[in-house]
Structures are given as structure tokens and as C-alpha cells.
Design a protein around this ligand. Structure first.
Ligand code: 13P
Length: 254
């Protein structure tokens, strides 16, 4: 059975002190309240990551990850952080191609394919984000865009490598807007992504890949989303900034 993953992407939020307090609360609440099988991933800003990883390292069902990484291994790239550095502190996941990086930092599929390679080469798990804009959905272009993002970003990988990838479907129009995709809309896209993988690789590989949904996930809508057959967890933004709402989302995954 494929892994269920609930990840909290803090984006550029929380001072160091606030971040430590939030993780302490999350650890305590998950220990006390969660008996399910999902893996919880905390994805804070880089500057908090080492300390947070130390806090969760010994906890079975909680791990940590980075929001981005360089596509280069090392060298004169001021301000960048390599996948090797992320690995060296013990973090396990890296978000690649979040829509905010595509939109505000000009990251394109060919560039992201190189980041995916760097992440996999360093034995980390990429969370590869895909999703259409409102304009693309309204013009019925979403399947085409998703196919392009998936094929250009990850279909160069071999069968053994693709199994290591987690995909997050995050419709841009649902991120931070309070507008969640309906469960039917999300399920339709998740099933479509799984079909793309089955066609390019095979059905066993497609069945094994975790596909998370992201975009205004809240305690109120999480259980319904998670009940869909192809939705294997969530990449949570705003609601991951408070322990109560984040843990309630985790608890919605049985
Ligand atoms: P929100 O949950 O705030 O909509 O953000 C989703 C997201 O972008 C997670 O990566």
C-alpha cells in the first residue's frame, strides 16, 4: 500500500523561536492524539530546518523537509542550498516546483527536472508540485498543463527512480485563497496523474506513488478529501502554521 503523507509547508513564516514552539506543540499532540499510519512532514524555512530535524529525528512518524534546493551540487551559487547539504543534516524531503517558485522565481519544468535529479541523487524524497492556474482551468487547459509539468519534470526518470517521487497536485487558484478544489475535482486530477504514470511506466508503479492534494486544506475539508481513492495526503500551507489545525488535518487521515 502506498504511503500517506501529511506535510506542512510553512513557506516564509515563523521566527526561529516561533518555529521551535510550533514543532514542540505538534510533536506533543501527534504523540498524544494520532494513532493512524500517515507520515507527518514538517517543512519549515531553511534556517529552522536543522534544529527541527533534530527534534523529530527520533520520532517514528514525523520527519522534516526543505522547501527548495539548488539544481547544482556545490560551488559559486551565492544564496543557494544544495540537496547534499539538506541530506547532511538528516532531513528527508524536498519540495520541488512549488507554484510560488514557478510563478515568482521563474522556475520552469526543464530546470525543475534538474532539481529532481539532484534530490534523488542525494537519496532524498522530492515532493514534485504541479497545478494549473485559474485561467488554465477556465479554458479547460488543465489536463494539458498537468501532462506537460509531469512529463517534462519527472518522466526522464527510470522506473526505480520514479518510485521515489511524491507528487503534490496544488491547483494555483486554490492556494491561500480559501477556495479548495472540490473533492471530485481533486480526485479527477489525481486519477488522471496516476493514469499518466501508468501509461509511461506501468500500473504497479502508478499504484505505488503517493499523490498529495494541496490548496486550502483545512480540518473541515480534510476527511472528505482523504476519503477519495487517489488522494494520499495533503501539502498544507496556512493551516500548518497552527498546531491545532495541522494536527486536526493529520487526524483526518485514518
Ligand atoms: P494553503 O494551504 O495556504 O492554501 O497553501 C497550500 C500550499 O501551497 C502548500 O504548499
Amino acid at each position: 500500500m502506498r504511503k500517506k503523507i501529511i506535510a506542512g509547508n510553512w513557506k516564509m513564516n515563523k521566527s526561529f523561536e516561533e518555529g521551535m514552539a510550533l514543532v514542540t506543540e505538534i510533536i506533543g499532540m501527534v504523540k498524544d492524539e494520532y494513532q493512524g499510519s500517515a507520515e507527518v512532514v514538517i517543512i519549515p524555512p531553511f534556517i529552522h530546518l536543522n534544529a527541527i530535524n533534530r527534534m523529530v529525528a527520533e520520532i517514528n512518524n514525523i520527519s522534516s523537509g526543505a522547501q527548495n534546493c539548488s539544481n547544482h551540487e556545490s560551488g559559486a551559487y551565492t544564496g543557494e542550498i544544495s540537496a547534499g547539504m539538506i541530506k547532511s543534516i538528516g532531513a528527508e524531503y524536498v519540495i520541488v516546483g512549488h507554484s510560488e517558485r514557478r510563478q515568482y522565481f521563474g522556475e520552469h519544468n526543464d530546470w525543475l527536472a534538474k532539481k529532481i535529479d539532484a534530490v534523488i541523487k542525494n537519496n532524498l524524497t522530492p515532493i514534485y508540485c504541479v497545478g494549473e492556474t485559474l485561467d488554465e482551468r477556465e479554458n479547460n487547459k488543465h489536463f494539458e498543463i498537468l501532462k506537460q509539468q509531469i512529463s517534462e519534470g519527472i518522466f526522464h526518470l527510470g522506473a526505480d527512480e520514479i518510485k521515489k517521487v511524491v507528487i503534490a497536485y496544488e491547483p494555483v487558484w486554490a492556494i491561500g485563497t480559501g477556495k479548495t478544489a472540490t473533492t471530485a475535482q481533486a480526485q479527477e486530477v489525481h486519477a488522471y496523474i496516476r493514469t499518466l504514470i501508468a501509461t509511461h511506466y506501468n500500473t504497479d508503479i502508478a499504484a505505488a506513488i503517493t499523490i498529495q492534494y494541496g490548496g486550502s486544506v483545512k480540518p473541515e475539508n480534510a476527511a472528505e478529501l482523504f476519503a477519495s481513492p487517489d488522494i494520499d495526503g495533503a501539502l498544507v500551507g496556512g493551516a500548518a502554521l497552527q498546531s491545532r489545525s495541522f494536527v486536526d488535518i493529520i487526524k483526518a487521515m485514518k
